[in-house]
Ligand binder design. Structure first.
Ligand SMILES: *Cc1c(COP(=O)(O)O)cnc(C)c1O
Length: 359
């Protein structure tokens, strides 16, 4: 039976990448050792790291005045690293609140500065994103932070907010590489790898150079972006195996035609699911149409009493990890880059059958 893993993270990886990693595991390119065993300062691993960065730069069109950092600690560490590095003498920052991840970023930032919440969608259980025109921004804010894709609520913001001279900061953990992004519009982008990049343990930061070097007093060395930038992410031992797998994923994306092509695939996959949800009263999407995520699709059954039977039936068909987050209820299908179209078709087919039997 083919297994389709709809987990929100750690999530599905491309089959080709896993098979290549398997083939190269004990002996990478005739080196006689696994990538896991290599010195991070040796010629072979330095080559792997440089290729990974070059491919990521090519995929996202990252301008030359941006640094790419390969860090650890997850997106959650960035909730603290962002204010520590980007306050630059200022005392407050702007945050948009669109869900559980925004809330965590806000909570952590409050340890370092005043937080001005420019707008919130908590009034309707985070089922939409407030219109940019209504955001109440503080002209003195050090930066403007938002979460372009709320992984739990399945709420995506497709247009990039125009932040003017205030650096725009984005937690792209669950949307990075799903479609083209104009990096030049951002001061800083961060993402945990385990959704759309590779294994958990690697965190990627893309940051404009001029924002570096003005950390708040007491910032630990490991939390200073400039230290990592000056040392090409080799200040300490970076997550080498995760960087290697991420590099294979970047090459896989390039082979498939890059991010414009990936966006077409992703839109097509998401439409299969949303079109079906819109055509029935048995299931329902709780998210406003304009903000429906291409990556995380929550949906509820008209009778929550059927949830357990739905999940059980799904598992017997190899459709796994569909249980929704407790804050939304129902189901959530995460359909990241590596989820094949066939997986979404199998899910829709099962939903149709379940509706026929239980509807
Ligand atoms: C998963 C996720 C996080 C948390 O990432 P960790 O790597 O577990 O710290 C933060 N923000 C978003 C948007 C996420 O999807």
């Amino acid at each position: 039976m083919t297994i389709y893993n709809f987990s929100a993270g750690p999530a599905v990886l491309p089959k080709e990448v896993l098979l290549q990693a398997q083939a190269e595991l004990p002996d990478w390119h005739g080196s006689g050792m696994s990538v896991m065993e290599m010195s991070h300062r040796g010629k072979q691993f330095m080559g792997i790291a440089q290729q990974a960065e070059a491919d990521l730069r090519e995929l996202l069109g990252i301008p030359a005045n941006y640094k790419v950092l390969f860090l650890q600690g997850g997106a959650s560490s960035q909730f603290a690293m962002v204010p520590m590095n980007l306050l630059r003498g200022k005392s407050s920052a702007d945050y948009l609140n669109t869900g559980e991840w925004s809330k965590k970023a806000i909570k952590e930032a409050k340890r370092y500065c005043g937080v001005n919440v420019v707008a919130s969608s908590e009034d309707r259980n985070f089922s939409y994103a407030p219109e940019f025109a209504g955001w109440k921004r503080d002209p003195a804010a050090a930066y403007l932070h938002y979460t372009p894709n709320e992984t739990i609520g399945g709420v995506e913001i497709f247009d990039i907010p125009a932040s003017g001279d205030v650096p725009l900061v984005a937690d792209m953990s669950s949307t990075i590489l799903s479609r083209p992004t104009d990096v030049s519009k951002f001061g800083l982008i961060y993402a945990g790898a385990q959704k759309n990049i590779g294994p958990a343990g690697l965190t990627i930061v893309i940051v404009r150079e001029d924002l570096l070097g003005q950390t708040v007093a007491g910032t630990p060395t490991m939390f200073d972006y400039k230290i990592h930038a000056d040392n090409e992410s080799m200040y300490n031992t970076p997550p080498t195996y995760g960087m290697y797998i991420a590099g294979l994923v970047f090459q896989w994306l390039k082979k498939l035609g890059g991010l414009a092509s990936m966006e077409r695939h992703n839109r097509e996959k998401a439409a299969l699911l949303y079109d079906y949800l819109d055509g029935t009263d048995f299931y329902k999407s709780p998210v406003a149409r304009a903000n429906r995520s291409l990556m995380n699709v929550p949906f509820t059954l008209h009778d929550a009493g059927l949830d357990e039977a739905f999940l059980k039936g799904a598992a017997t068909r190899g459709l796994l990890q569909l249980k929704g987050h407790r804050s939304v209820g129902g189901m959530r299908a995460s359909i990241y880059n590596a989820m094949p179209r066939e997986g979404v078709l199998a899910l829709v087919e099962y939903m149709r059958e379940f509706e026929k039997v239980r509807g």
